[in-house]
Design a protein around this ligand. Sequence first.
Ligand code: AKB
Length: 316
Amino acid sequence: MAKTILILGACGQIGTELTLALRGIHGPEAVVASDIREGDSELMGSGPFEILDATDADAMEEVVVHYEVDEIYLMAAMLSATAEKFPDRAWNLNMNTLFNVLKLARENKISKIFWPSSIAVFGGTTPKEDTPQSTVMEPSTVYGISKQSGERWCAYYHRKFGVDVRSLRYPGLISWKTQPGGGTTDYAVEIFHEALKNGTYTSFLDRDTRLPMMYMDDAIRATIELMRADAEALSIRSSYNLQAMTFSPEELAEAIRREIPDFRIEYAPDFRQEIADSWPSRIDDSQAREDWGWQPEYDLQKTTATMLAELRAQAG
Ligand code: AKB
């Protein structure tokens, strides 16, 4: 029988594009999208949709049983900047959703899980350049602490109960279809919208703050490739480092200026600067390359050209 996939948090920045991509591969009926609110079916493609709060274990199990779900992609989370404002809610959402899904797998109600981690698992004492897969990890944000704990729980459930859970440490993700919400890397999406609308942008991160970033197509492909990899090939059951490009707000502004010469950027760093300062600039993803053949396709120039072309086309 064909497998059925459930996506939790399908209306968010990653969930929307992941739903569309998986429906393209497995067929619309094989991918059940769910979120706490209705999404844009034009963006995520048509197919079954459920209003579902991923912190509600019973409701999740009902959906799993009803659709005979085999695989879950847990994309619901509160990101770094918002989590600093609502620490209790962030911890509740980020951890309980993961426990709900791990428990379903432990009870053999589903057979595979994708759960995203983040570069936020690293902290100020981590080496900033070519950050190794295994290194000092002392995250200083609520989000980072939840992701680091989540990674340990994933590795534990795999080792103790044989749960097939797979994970990536996403960098900042850049996309034009859906805006991110509540992250420290969100400036790298906002800047494109503002460049086209007003020709100017005020960055909440300082000019030389270099962070790991990735275009959404690469992130979706990485996710799908990891989930398709042979289980025996995967040496990491916490979460894989994943690198594509690294740039600062000033370097991104320069890339935009190649297409919009008058574009101006100003700097007004806020509380998110401290978060960004605790994260690495470039991470070493050689384990992902070795284990399942990861290769990024988008660099800064290709990402900038694609973002501007797609947003211009969308505006008509
Ligand atoms: C955030 O900025 O919080 C996220 C992330 C790097 O996980 N984009």
